[in-house]
Design a protein around this ligand. Structure first.
Ligand code: ZN
Length: 126
């Protein structure tokens, strides 16, 4: 997928850990999201207690749960992209229709979606 910004820059979405992309959850959905994750963790604990007979079983159950949690987070989140050239924001609404917002002036940083760790961030796929 790519977004053609009005400034002429092309925004690509073709890898993980993109510095100009973020996901967000509506405050109104946060409680439901946390409830779903809590359910999945409780289910994991129960499954480990009653079905896992060794460490490999536990690792598989954890891996399956992490997949479910990741999907749940994805179900409750939407995407924001920021053009690295002009700073425009591309924000999905609840129907996943993208709306564009233009920065007030040039003082607005064009890297608002980067890691909270800033320059200390390093890609670690594990
Ligand atoms: Zn742009």
């Amino acid at each position: 997928m790519k977004i053609f910004c009005e400034c002429g820059y092309v925004i690509y979405n073709n890898s993980d850990a993109i510095s100009y992309k973020a996901r967000f959850t509506a405050n109104q959905d946060s409680s439901d999201l946390f409830d779903k994750i809590e359910e999945q963790i409780k289910k994991l604990v129960t499954n480990i207690e009653y079905t896992a007979s060794n460490k490999i079983d536990v690792d598989v159950l954890i891996e399956d749960t992490m997949t479910d949690v990741s999907e749940t987070i994805s179900d409750y989140s939407r995407t924001i992209y920021q053009c690295s050239e002009c700073g425009r924001l591309f924000i999905d609404n609840s129907q996943f229709h993208t709306h564009v917002f233009i920065p007030q002036d040039d003082s607005v940083p064009k890297n608002l979606m980067r890691s909270i760790k800033g320059d200390e961030w390093k890609f670690n796929p594990d």
